[in-house]
Design a binder for this molecule. Structure first.
Ligand code: PGA
Length: 258
């Protein structure tokens, strides 16, 4: 048995108003108090403060889906790590494929954000994953290695308190398709080996690795049963308490009362 926590994260993307978000937490938080799983919710910026208040004393951890690397400045529309911390965020998703591919974020930019997050004691969830074309060309390992190495440049065992890495094949996100479980395990093992090279064995062993991409209640456990999968990053299926609770039930093999 690994000593790593099980961390199931919901990434709400650009969904949910404050009342919708509060209703979700109000229903789910009491139901998960006894399961051996930590639930992270990556909320829209507008709901972070209200949710972090509501999640106090529960097993829910509230965070953000993105941020800028600067601590402040003339960057219209951007948000800084310390503002997220101020609002109650405890983690931040960085380098999500929608940021890389829709908004053109480079690994160098993501690397600067990782440093800003660590400096501000926000746990970064660093996302890596190949596109369909890269996969077809047999480049999955190469892409995962490159994205992870570039995103973590300059990070050391000394300056990393807590880190999560999510392997999310781009083609699996929102598509209903997933890699075979042996492929997921292979990439997760690769991520752990790269972490060992970059940050040392101890950090690699304690880092939570999440799988993401079309996770649903009926496939969640098949990923969680893999030795190097410690958690899940869930998009679409995190939007209703029913489907998210379904994932938590399957992962924890307990019935939730929602
Ligand atoms: P999905 O999204 O679960 O809807 O495929 C995952 C993600 O984007 O993190």
């Amino acid at each position: 048995m690994s000593e790593r926590d099980v961390v199931i994260a919901g990434n709400w993307k650009m969904y949910k108003t404050i009342p919708e978000a509060e209703e979700f937490v109000g229903r789910l938080a009491p139901a998960i108090s006894d399961i051996p799983v930590t639930v992270y919710l990556a909320a829209p910026f507008t709901a972070i403060h209200a949710l972090s208040e509501k999640a106090k004393g529960t097993k829910m951890v509230i965070g953000a889906q993105n941020m800028n690397d600067a601590s402040e400045g003339a960057f219209t529309g951007e948000i800084a790590a310390r503002m997220l911390v101020d609002a109650g965020a405890q983690f931040v998703i960085l380098g999500h494929s929608e940021r890389r591919h829709i908004f053109g974020e480079s690994s160098a930019f993501i690397n600067r954000k990782v440093h800003a997050a660590l400096k501000n004691k926000l746990i970064p969830i660093v996302c890596v994953g190949e596109t369909a074309e890269e996969r077809k060309a047999g480049k999955t390992d190469e892409i995962v290695r490159r994205q992870l190495t570039e995103s973590l440049e300059g990070v050391t065992a000394e300056n990393v308190d807590s880190l999560i890495v999510a392997y999310e094949p781009v083609w699996a996100i929102g598509s209903g398709e997933t890699p075979k479980t042996d492929e997921v395990q292979k990439e997760h093992k690769l991520v752990r080996d790269i972490l060992a090279d970059l940050l040392g064995q101890e950090v690699a062993e304690k880092t939570v690795l999440q799988y993401g991409g079309s996770v649903k209640p009926d496939n969640a456990k098949s990923f969680m049963d893999l030795p190097d999968v410690d958690g899940l990053l869930v998009g679409g299926a995190s939007l209703t308490t029913e489907s998210f609770a379904g994932i938590l039930e399957n992962v924890s093999t307990s019935q939730l009362n929602i």
